[in-house]
Write a protein that binds this ligand. Sequence first.
Ligand code: NAP
Length: 310
Amino acid sequence: MSDENTYDVIIIGSGPAGLTAAIYTSRSRLKTLMIAGSLWGGQLMLTTEVENFPGFPEGIQGPDLMNKMQRQAERLGTEILFKEATDIDLFSNPFKVKVQDRLFEGQSIIIATGASARWLGLESETRLRGRGVSTCATCDAAFFKDKKTVVVGGGDTAIEEALVLTKFVQKVMVIHRRDKLRATKALQARAFENDKIRFLWDTVVQEILGKERVEGVHVKNVKSGEESRLSTDAVFIAIGHKPNTDLFKGKIALDDKGYIIVHNETRTSVEGVFAAGDAVDYHYRQAITAAGAGCKAALDVEKYLESQES
Ligand code: NAP
């Protein structure tokens, strides 16, 4: 393999975890390749205003924040490939990463592939995606000014989505499969106090109705078995996230939900392979915690590479 395709570290993923790791490894003069994916930047690319990332007193748009991180990483020397990693060989070092027909070698790897919103798995949900079906109220709420909307789920994400929607829409119906929310008490209290939010308990969405656009949902009460229809202009699915770790199945240890198992903060089950961000963390899931984890992974890579030299 030519030196040109050999790196000290290959970072897979380009959200806050991956880009922070890249800033650190490049600044430490480690030859760094980031395989960013074709839809680079992670979940912040789907958000609008970010008000809780330190350093931006007026807030910043999610994509602007990611552009700044990307420019910073590139200025410090990170090479970025805006393609998907298609295969990976972690059985021997140097590790090998395939990107279509190109092969790259890395002395170390940082996995920062993040997580994606989960879907209900209905045909109608796929067909009407972007036509009233969404997983991001922050991105899409403004399209439904004074309209009726539905949020599916009962966790923090669902309640946050419902609260975001109330700034724009006429009404939000939260449809939850149980009769108790999983969301934190503080969020629950805000939702219960909000006149625009109503709850439909013990209910699942069986179908999203509408040909060209969302017109309603077909729901079923799981206790009584009763089925009914509800008219709505939009359905926001907020039933959790799935880690983007399919590429690593059978290659590093994952838990039963597919999250990467780490020890000592960032170390995976394969020596020399590190992980950071939402592919590991299902609890905090914040840009700043992902960035912090990316920094730790980069520092751990540095130590690992030093130990390999001595
Ligand atoms: P979550 O806590 O796993 O909640 C998912 C919700 O969706 C649950 O209420 C679950 O119902 C429901 N659900 C799952 N699969 C479903 C299905 N197939 N059909 C219908 N309903 C389904 O996920 P999350 O709300 O995305 O939160 C994930 C983590 O991020 C949590 O740790 C959360 O605290 C954190 N988070 C924090 C904040 C914040 O602090 N502001 C904001 C967002 C997220 P059940 O309750 O019956 O299981």
